[in-house]
Design a binder for this molecule. Structure first.
Ligand code: SAM
Length: 243
């Protein structure tokens, strides 16, 4: 079948994460707005500002899902640039692709089904890589970071936008209540799917905190690594360069 994008073999283990996103794909954008009270739009806007992308750039939006970041970058890079929206999940890619086409974004976006752990690109290929709310779901994060470093051009940068750990203990308590009680409840009400949202809360708790992720990026070989806490550390934007 020609889905209109390239397909790369995916192993069994990562398929399971795939099934979670397959079941939420259709409602993904609505749920994002509901669960974050719309704040994910600000986190993404901040990411695009920090990216400081230029016309002509080649950008990889990894685990790009329904294309929030890819859409913004496609407008910036113009006809001479290219944005690759890469995701392991065909359903998310399909929703993203039809949405971006509806927005009139055609010509400079490619849709690629692929695994972050083994990126199907040559060395030194991209000016910028973004991965928003995706690294958390990747089984072998170190392999994924190494793969990103490899395909990044020297001078290029990686931005990882991801849930992280609230910086104050009081806020952490409130947040735990929200993610372990309110989120699965909303998941059941809106998407008839509490399980996927329980998985979400669980995966957020397990994800490395700010300093740990920064250390992982440094160990991989990224340089000048730093991060910005957003919304009290609920989310952090990590930045690192290939020099
Ligand atoms: N970046 C989008 C956003 O910010 O709205 C989508 C984020 S969504 C929470 C996470 C995405 O990561 C899903 O679309 C999922 O299919 C994708 N994903 C999970 N594991 C992956 C992997 N190993 N390689 C590539 N994409 C992956």
């Amino acid at each position: 079948t020609d889905f209109g994008y390239e397909q790369v073999p995916v192993d069994e283990k990562v398929k399971r994460v795939g099934e979670v996103f397959h079941s939420v794909a259709q409602r993904y954008d609505l749920m994002n707005d509901l669960m974050s009270l719309g704040i994910h739009r600000m986190w993404k806007r901040f990411t695009v500002e920090t990216a400081a992308a230029r016309p002509g750039w080649r950008i990889l939006d990894l685990a790009g899902g329904t294309g929030d970041l890819a859409a913004r970058f496609a407008r910036i890079v113009g006809d001479t640039g290219e944005v690759v929206l890469c995701d392991i999940n065909a359903s998310m890619l399909q929703v993203g692709r039809s949405r971006l086409i509806d927005e009139g974004l055609i010509g400079n976006i490619r849709y690629v089904q692929g695994n972050a752990e083994r990126l199907p690109y040559p060395d030194n290929h991209f000016d910028l890589i973004t991965i928003a709310f995706g690294l958390r779901n990747v089984t072998d994060k170190n392999a994924a970071l190494a793969s990103m470093l490899r395909v990044l051009k020297p001078g290029g940068k990686l931005l990882v936008l991801e849930f992280s750990h609230p910086t104050s203990a009081g806020f952490q308590k409130l947040y735990d209540f929200y993610s372990f009680k309110a989120l699965p409840f909303m998941g059941r009400m809106v998407a008839n799917d509490a399980e996927s949202y329980r998985y979400l809360a669980e995966s957020i708790r397990m994800h490395p905190d700010q300093e740990t992720l920064k250390g992982m990026m440094e160990t991989t070989g990224f340089e000048r690594c730093d991060y910005f806490n957003l919304t009290g550390g609920i989310v952090a934007l990590h930045r690192g360069y290939k020099l």
